[in-house]
Design a protein around this ligand. Structure first.
Ligand code: UDP
Length: 251
């Protein structure tokens, strides 16, 4: 699979359609006694990796890394190794659902506030009546062990892990050997959207790559988190200049 390195993270350089195919093949069976796991870093997560070694390790050890956020795509262009397109956690999870239903794989939903995962399951079942959702669990639990036992008892080929970052990346890296699933996938706030408690940006914002701006309008407290974006893009610029000056020296 072609990979593109952007500011320390090796992303799959794929379209959404290609990602669905790859992830479904990871979900088909368990390899080497471990669940494969998928992460979807955005610029904020990428910046957090600089200070958070545990997060950086959890991302580096993921089996499949796709870019969530237009910021990563812009940075890849600045660096001169353009990624094909943004493949966000929500879009990937949405595109996987009909395939999961079609192939009869078992899905478990973990995360979000109490009641949200159940509502998400109900809405998903309405859209895909054939889908096998074996269980749900909110993301505000006290005992990780009880949650791991509950998922194991329910039986799941795929677990959508919606605990937000870095909690979901820590969780997947820590329990990939223990959970009997084939695939774990970090999906951030997607259960809130499936449940209808949060709304995705209107299409016009998505087409214009301004989904981040819509989220900022709805959740202004995200402003501090978004301040990481300019720093991230400056990092891409400096990466480009370093590469260019190395090339000049080589000539
Ligand atoms: N969340 C959770 N447990 C926690 C913290 C967060 O289940 O301890 C959930 C939260 O309810 C929300 C999701 O994780 O559904 C994170 O959403 P956010 O929009 O912050 O994530 P993003 O999509 O930006 O990664």
């Amino acid at each position: 699979m072609p990979k593109t390195r952007v500011l320390g993270i090796s992303y799959e350089n794929v379209t959404l359609e290609e990602a669905v195919e790859d992830v479904m093949s990871l979900a088909a069976n368990r390899r080497l006694g471990q669940a494969a796991y998928v992460v979807t870093p955005n610029p904020e997560i990428s910046e957090a990796c600089i200070k958070d070694e545990r997060l950086a390790k959890a991302i580096a050890e993921a089996n499949y890394i796709v870019p969530d956020g237009i910021g990563v795509i812009i940075a890849s262009k600045i660096i001169g190794s353009p990624l094909k397109e943004r493949v966000g956690g929500f879009d990937l999870a949405t595109a996987l659902l009909p395939q999961i239903a079609e192939q009869g794989l078992r899905l478990y939903l973990l995360g979000a506030k109490p009641g949200v995962a159940e509502k998400a399951a109900e809405n998903i079942r309405k859209r895909f009546p054939k889908i096998r959702i074996t269980g749900t669990q909110d993301g505000y639990f006290q005992s990780e062990k009880l949650v791991v036992d509950a998922i194991s008892n329910a039986g799941a080929d795929i677990v959508f892990v919606a605990l937000g970052s870095p909690k979901q990346e820590y969780f997947m890296a820590k329990y990939r050997d223990i959970l009997p699933a084939n695939l774990l996938m970090g999906i951030g706030g997607s259960l809130d959207v499936f449940a209808g408690v949060a709304k995705r940006a209107p299409n016009i914002f998505i087409w214009l790559n301004l989904e981040w701006f819509y989220r900022l309008l709805c959740q202004p407290w995200r402003f501090a988190r978004m301040l990481k974006l300019p720093k991230y893009l400056l990092g891409a610029l400096s990466d480009r200049f370093i590469k260019q000056s190395r090339r000049k020296k080589d000539i």
